[in-house]
Design a protein around this ligand. Structure first.
Ligand SMILES: [Zn+2]
Length: 276
């Protein structure tokens, strides 16, 4: 498990130093009770395999695009059964961390994915179905990310970046289906996040869009006049891009928030009350 590891040596040093100082002042410090003995958590073998791969990703010895050794070789190297390795790979594949290898031989090992968006999107979507969080939670989080992305992008966007965004606008004007419009819309918002330079914001945004895709397309289709909604949205996109191009971050952030809220309210997916 990842996290901040307590350095007991350092803590020990600090405590003894503090005790010495207090002794000088003749203040008695109660000795802290020794930590209780607790049963060790029993990790199943395949969980240990997952943890080992996670450790290697954490310390950089495994990187996106790297190929893992073939199943049999990995099992031998780790001293576990092939079944445990297979189970671990199945879990990592299900959460979108590895892509299964095919065939046999040295190039048959699973590959660490380069783009985590699809995996993150799937996890968010399933948890949304489980009601671990609500559409309002997703929309509120999207609002925060989008405001941040627009504000930052306005400070750094190059002429080429703005040209790419405007190309998406041209494509939007030529699109007539709600599904393809939604994809271009997602592409534009993710592109703005990429321009902002915050890789986590852009990965999260892409995952949120992936999770919300079906709900948004269905909601779009229930509108009386989807074509006029598309036109309104495209005009709003243009205004956002103009603000980013002019370096007006606050204005771009307000415009994107308004754009998002107007859409969700119009289609009835979400109406977070605090947002006004
Ligand atoms: Zn949009």
């Amino acid at each position: 498990m990842r996290g901040i590891r307590m350095n007991h040596d350092v803590v020990g040093t600090v405590i003894s130093y503090t005790s010495l100082r207090n002794k000088d002042r003749r203040v008695k410090v109660p000795k802290p009770a020794p930590p209780e003995w607790k049963p060790l958590s029993r990790m199943r073998t395949h969980e240990q395999v997952v943890a080992e791969i996670e450790n290697r990703l954490d310390n950089g010895s495994l990187k996106p695009g790297d190929r893992l050794p073939p199943e049999r070789q990995l099992a031998e190297a780790l001293g576990v059964s092939r079944g445990a390795v297979r189970e671990a790979l199945r879990i990592l594949e299900a959460i979108g961390v590895v892509e299964a290898g095919t065939g046999s031989g040295p190039s048959s090992g699973s590959v660490i994915v380069k783009d985590s968006t699809a995996g993150m999107g799937m996890v968010l979507r399933i948890h949304l179905q489980l009601a671990s969080f609500t559409p309002d939670d997703l929309v509120e989080t999207r609002l925060m990310l989008e405001r941040l992305a627009c504000r930052k992008a306005a400070g750094v966007a190059s002429v080429g970046d703005i040209a790419n965004l405007r190309t998406l606008i041209t494509q939007m004007r030529g699109t007539h289906t709600t599904a393809s419009y939604n994809d271009l819309d997602a592409a534009l918002h993710v592109e703005i996040a990429q321009i902002s330079g915050n890789g986590l914001a852009s990965a999260l945004m892409a995952a949120l869009r992936e999770a919300l895709r079906q709900a948004m397309v269905s909601a779009f289709e229930r509108l009386e006049d989807p074509a006029s909604m598309m036109e309104t949205l495209t005009n709003e996109h243009e205004a956002i891009i103009d603000a980013i191009a002019a370096g007006e971050g606050d204005s771009a952030a307000d415009l994107v928030a308004e754009h998002i809220l107007n859409f969700y309210r119009a289609v009835g997916v979400s109406d977070p009350e605090w947002a006004d």
